[in-house]
Design a protein around this ligand. Structure first.
Ligand code: F3S
Length: 425
């Protein structure tokens, strides 16, 4: 593959061992993908705190030294490589919430590991946003910006809504991009791969967040990596709705990008759709498909609810304010636990504006930096959420078999009464 003089210098170690290791990793990755070269990136979102297997860390790096963890887990190097500073503007994904170790898988141990990694990231110049939705709190790519992002729900947001350009990066490739400021030039970095391949003909009223979850979940499960073009949507896709669509489509399938005619920046115009529409396959999304998605997500045998998890992806300010209003002056049912996850910047505002207090006084827990799919749930419990992604994953990550999916209002009602009364109207 073609390397620029600067890329060659990094590969030969003339900019230090860390950049050399990172470049070696990226060259192998790019060659495997068939990329002919690299593109510069100054926008990376890394996974430096996701360690679902505590025993593996204990075994491989008993010292818990962050330089050794980064070398072995992120740079694939047995030699301990000390990274000086990252080259690209880089932000971090979630860690663990340090106030509630007992609630999260890996307990005190993983809280300690992730705290160390947070300090490590700070030292090497990674901004600790600690979120799966970096675009909500300071990492907002612009149209045409080449990025190297991890996190399946954030990738379609970057590509589809912002017009940024990222493939699905992993632990190693994103970390290497942070160190080098390079990412392989392939896939969604190229114009020709960003074109819609299938039309989704929407014949459902899209006036609630629940509908965006259901539609994303259905479509993602049908089309895999194809880029859908949503047509005939009858509601404005606001931030919370779009986040639901992105997360649900990436959970049931691998939606990395989509277009919404009339709303997203690279969507074909109505005129172009007249021509395009003749050649593209059409996927109907009507009441029958909506019900199918709903039934895949709702499979509890009991109508009592033990735990309600909200904030997947990390809750927006709009949702924090909304549930604070729903809970004000009320008390959560004694048999129910309510968890609300968000990013640290939104939590800081929620703290100052009283949303955290209203939720906490009702008996809920507002947790930043973390994610409900890594919570310790008793597998016999019944969980409810307003996120299709959460309901999709908890059976796998926490063994919870009984799940309810519904509107935020239905979830808050379940938290207050201990009963699930949601339905598909
Ligand atoms: Fe974020 Fe966890 Fe959901 S990382 S998107 S809250 S599964």
């Amino acid at each position: 593959m073609k390397l620029t003089p600067n890329e060659q210098a990094m590969l030969e170690g003339r900019e230090g061992v860390a950049r050399q290791k990172a470049m070696e990793l990226l060259v192998g990755y790019a060659e495997g993908l068939g990329a002919e070269g690299f593109v510069d990136t100054n926008n990376v979102a890394v996974l430096t705190g996701l360690f679902p297997y505590p025993d593996l860390i204990r075994e491989i790096v008993p010292s818990l030294d962050p330089d050794e963890i980064a070398s072995k887990f992120f740079l694939n190097s047995d030699e301990i490589v000390v990274v000086d500073k990252v080259k690209a503007f880089t932000t971090s994904h979630i860690y663990r919430n340090q106030d509630y170790p007992q609630i999260q898988q890996g307990g005190e141990f993983l809280c300690k590991v992730t705290k160390n990694m947070e300090q490590y990231c700070k030292r090497i110049g990674i901004v600790n946003l600690a979120t799966c939705s970096p675009y909500q709190s300071g990492n907002l790519p612009v149209m045409g910006e080449h990025c190297a992002w991890t996190e399946s729900s954030a990738i379609p947001f970057c590509n589809s809504i912002l017009g940024g350009r990222t493939n699905i990066e992993g632990l190693h490739s994103a970390f290497a991009s942070a160190i080098t400021g390079k990412t392989p030039l392939w896939g969604l970095h190229l114009d020709e791969n960003r074109v819609g391949k299938i039309i989704v003909d929407v014949a459902v009223d899209m006036g609630d967040i629940k509908e965006w979850n259901l539609m994303g979940y259905y479509v993602g499960g049908q089309i895999g990596l194809d880029i859908p073009i949503y047509m005939n949507i009858n509601a404005v896709p606001d931030l919370t709705r779009i986040m639901a669509l992105c997360a649900a489509g990436a959970a049931s399938g691998s939606t990395v990008m989509f277009h919404i005619v009339g709303h997203t920046p690279e969507a074909p115009s109505s005129d172009e759709m007249d021509k395009l529409g003749k050649g593209l396959p059409i996927l109907p999304y009507a009441l029958e498909q909506r019900r199918e998605a709903y039934e895949r997500l709702n499979h509890s045998t009991r109508d009592d609810v033990d735990v309600v998890v909200l904030g997947c992806p990390h809750y927006t300010l709009e949702r924090m304010k909304a549930i604070a209003g729903m809970l004000e002056g009320k008390k959560i049912h004694p048999n129910v636990e309510l968890f609300v996850t968000t990013c640290r910047m939104i939590k800081a505002i929620a703290d100052r504006d009283g949303y955290t207090e209203a939720i906490s006084e009702a008996g809920g827990k507002v947790m930043d930096d973390t994610c409900g799919i890594f919570f310790e749930f008793n597998s016999s419990k019944v969980l409810a959420s307003d996120s299709a992604k959460m309901v999709h994953y908890v059976p796998m990550t926490a063994g919870v078999k009984n799940t309810w999916f519904g509107t935020t209002e239905e979830c808050i009602d379940a938290a207050l009464t201990g009963k699930w009364k949601g339905e598909l109207t």
